[in-house]
Write a new protein. Sequence first.
Lengths: 745, 110
Amino acid sequence: MSKTPLPTSWKEGDYTVTRTTAWSAPGCHAGCGIVCYVKDGKLEKVEGDHAHPFNQGHICPRCAALPDVVNSPDRLLYPMKRDPSKRGDPDAWEQITWDEALDLIYNEFTRITNEYGAYTLQSFCGTGRDILWQSQRLAYAMGTPHVVSYFSGLACWMPRLVSYNACTGDYMMPDCSECHEDRFDNPTYQLPEVIFNWGCNPVSSSSDGFFGDWIVQCVKRGSKLVVIDPRLTWMAARADLWLQPRPAVDSAIAMAMLKVIIDEDLYDHDWTDRWTYGFEALVERCNEYDLDHLCEVAWVPKEKVIEAARIFAAGKHTCVQLGLSFDMQRHGIGGVRAVIAMLAICNDIDQPGGQIFTAPPYDFSYFSWGFKELPEEIQKQLVGYDEYPFIRMGMVLDQPDLQLVQAEKEEPYAYRGAIMFGTNPMCCMSNADLSRVYPVIQKLEFIAICDWRMTPSIQTFGDVALPVAMNVEKLGMIAKRTGACAMSPIEGLEIKGEPKSDAEIALLLGSRFNKDMWPWANTEEVYDELVKKSGMKWRDIREANWLYPGLEYRRYETGKLRKDGQPGFNTRTGRLELYSVFAESIGDNPLPYYDEPFYGPYTTPELYKEYPVITMTGTRNIYYFHSEHRDIGKLREIQPDPLAEINDVWGKEQGFRDGDWLWIENHIGRMKHRAKLTPIIRYGMANVNSGWWFPEMDPKEDPMYGCWDVNPNLIIEPGHQGPTGFGSDVKAVLTKIYKCEEGEY
Amino acid sequence: MSEYGMIIDYKYCTGCHTCEVACRKEKDIPLDEWGIKLFEVGPDELKGKWYWNFIPLPSDYCDLCHDRIKAGKKASCEFHCLANCIEIVRIEELSAKMIEYGNSVTCFIP
Ligand code: SF4
Ligand code: SF4
Ligand code: SF4
């Protein structure tokens, strides 16, 4: 806080201008700096904040269109209720006051608690934004450990998080200078010599707190780029080297590269000796694999894998933007560990331009805030508590595949009620066979949903809908791994209706259920509590606009990675664990490995014959965040329909033309997308979108707004989670594809 | 003759469409018309390498954000571009600037 902060608010002609942070609602994981222009009480435009170190003024079309979202005529403005017997009926909603809504929720959940036990209640959370600690701490106040998303294998970020934690003691990111407030000008910073962009397309997705533009900035400045992706992406087209593996076998490529680095003796002996644990075991593990075989099953020429491994080892330093694709594989964790091992033995860990530790700043760690305050017997009811000890590490969520079975069988008990924050499970975050998820949600006796507009989920099974405030309308905070930013309602804005932030809703309900856990009078006090360890208050952060703690390198030498101040890493052995002692202690595979997906050309050749089209899922595009933004004209006109990318040569042979509606079918279901013929994927393969619905549809005709027809979660089979409970085969689905008949679209 | 020209350095244009949305917003352009449009060339395999470029091109709506430039600000598309592909410069500086940008660069004069 040494420098004079920039003004937070000022006048510019007729405009009142406020700089703030774009952190949910709507979207997104990043929380970029934005500047908001208000005239006559209305948000007129949003610009990127060029002074903000995180995004340096660059914004996606979604933030450029933020005023259209905030001013949308479809906002929920007041709480509403509907008789549970009238679910699906858009005419049965009735406006109520906040007090009525909160009483209703409290009374229903209390009735359920008295009749069946508080642990039959669930708190659904969407992807991690300003809704996560809220949904968790509220659940714990209600007396239930069940924070829920029916997404198989918690297959988003969590597998990478636990893998990094198990081997290195913390989460890691590539160093594109993002942790320095002065970015590329920082004197301790060095550009990565080599960047591996692996299994993601960050210029479209900016996922997991990594702003995609950072890689472009590095490449512009001279970093070498290697892309590993089954699709030719814009980045792959510009890469110095592109590997195009079969989808969902990234761990085969990772093991192959690791093997080359060890066999060709390309690693840093000194660093490996001094700082790692388990190198001999790692060598033995690599010896179990045959390089030719790994390359053959990955469908990548051996020469390319060898070239990639040599580039990796030669980089001073090399960093890896490791993508979602690793999470979307049952055995992706084996691949993540192989990548960590490569970074370690090539001395790229905690180095400038290498892979850096990025703990939440100032110790602002509030994952699962309050879980430990639950009585132990309630904690143990977390689904997967015994089966998957990894589940208890870090962010505590129920293991979804097991929970789905429990909910279906009602063993050991049935779930009875739920509240939902930042999630629209009919459209996304339910990658576990929607036709099984839908009935287990529908049979809950009472469901309250917080959102900023009507969604297929609210229309289909909401009993109470609570209107949520936008980022520009609320008090909040984001503890990004780069720095902390706070937001408050922007100056001059006239807020329409009575929306409340997710934090305020959680506080209002939480304090009714358990005053000891929610003793605060308002959300500012809650945030003060969250940042207490730093000696700061929420207001200090808001007034500073952003606070960057900065980043020191090679902290394993100075003892700053460990609580006890000893040199080394925050692991059991104090070394970087190529062989994870924690994994071993819970009976898990302690070393990097590769294994095949549950369904695939090698594991189920008969099924592959019947369903020969490997279809990839989960690809994001930049105009939409998950299931949001389909109602915003400026964005929707860019891509009006869900598109299946189909290899152009193969597609023509099948008689498909651009824009044709196609059925994409596997052994459990089918869904449709429009064809886009393109050379960016391999012959005979496809790639589909996610999160689609059609807000323009009349809910009287279909309360799901068409989402059921186009949802890839209909062809994803749950129950194939990885051996740790994390990771699941949701990336690559064996399908067949054929044209829709007339009348089917 | 325009006082300014737009340099479009498309080698790093990621195809994000932010310029389109930013221009629409700035100029209040209806959805069935456009102020700046993104064109996609490729992907094609040329000389054994992948060629794939996005290139934004302004329409007759574009006045190079005259009012913003006069107020000392950047044009809306220039300001928001995710990859710094767009720069509005004085017309007499166009060629010198383009040489500075190196390859894959073009320009637009309204
Ligand atoms: S990544 Fe894009 S949508 Fe998300 S906050 Fe940043 S500019 Fe906005
Ligand atoms: S300079 Fe202004 S008017 Fe021209 S394309 Fe860019 S935003 Fe639109
Ligand atoms: S904003 Fe920039 S990077 Fe994005 S499409 Fe337009 S010119 Fe390209």
